[in-house]
Design a protein around this ligand. Sequence first.
Ligand SMILES: NC(=O)c1ccc[n+]([C@@H]2O[C@H](COP(=O)([O-])OP(=O)(O)OC[C@H]3O[C@@H](n4cnc5c(N)ncnc54)[C@H](O)[C@@H]3O)[C@@H](O)[C@H]2O)c1
Length: 253
Amino acid sequence: MDLKSKVVMITGAGGPMGKAIAKRFYEEDAKLVLTDISENRLLQTIDMLTDENGSNKNIFYLRSDVLNKKEIKEVVNKAIGIYKKIDILVNIVGGIRAKKMDQPILEMENERWDQTMDLNLKGGINCIKLIAPQMIESESGKIINISSINFAGEPGYADYGAAKAAVASFTKTAAMELGPYINVNCIAPAVIQTSVLDRMDKETLDYYRDRTLLKRLGKPEDVANTALFLASNQSDYITGEIIAVSGGVSPHL
Ligand SMILES: NC(=O)c1ccc[n+]([C@@H]2O[C@H](COP(=O)([O-])OP(=O)(O)OC[C@H]3O[C@@H](n4cnc5c(N)ncnc54)[C@H](O)[C@@H]3O)[C@@H](O)[C@H]2O)c1
């Protein structure tokens, strides 16, 4: 890949997917800007990237809440102060904050709706508004959002599915508005082997595995490899797309 001189900002870099994506870009000698709301998780990612000599060059990290405009602005300003630019933005923050993963619509409180929409959509928008102007000025940039195949609908996940459909729609509009210099795409994973597995029973996991054509759950590395492709010049003619990383669930949707 061609990422040696590229600066990549990754939000939610302390989560399992964030970790795998940070690792994959680091292996390609990209310069990293990493942020997460959890200082502890962020430090675990830094630890993973640090070699046995204690070296982790070309990594800038700072804790922030992507929903807090002041905090994320500080990350972006400091990163641009160091690297002079951000070439690639990977918006990973998202998910379901509620304790109970699945909840029927008739029992779903408005508070959960608001929380899920904010977490999945607004943090990414905050980052794009701060970083895209500089990408336009330098006439190049790649933005990768994370949706989910749940955007097509999934019983028990009305809030999450709607939020991820919003991410997919936002991706398309952003590609239209920010072209021709910025490519904006999103990845729509199926169930990936992350901490969500701890929140599902065996029967549910068997169902999700069996409905893939490849008969396995996804790995964070499957998403990381796709993010790398979308960030590289190998995907220069791809924008406004929703790329499923689903082991073949998507043909059924
Ligand atoms: N895991 C899956 O099966 C799966 C499937 C499809 C899509 N996705 C999506 O992939 C993305 C990553 O998934 P994951 O399983 O690694 O999630 P995760 O919740 O384990 O990790 C997300 C990271 O984001 C951080 N974070 C949460 N709120 C934040 C905020 N306001 N500001 C900054 N950081 C914040 C968390 O501390 C965590 O480290 C999410 O958008 C999720 O919806 C996940």
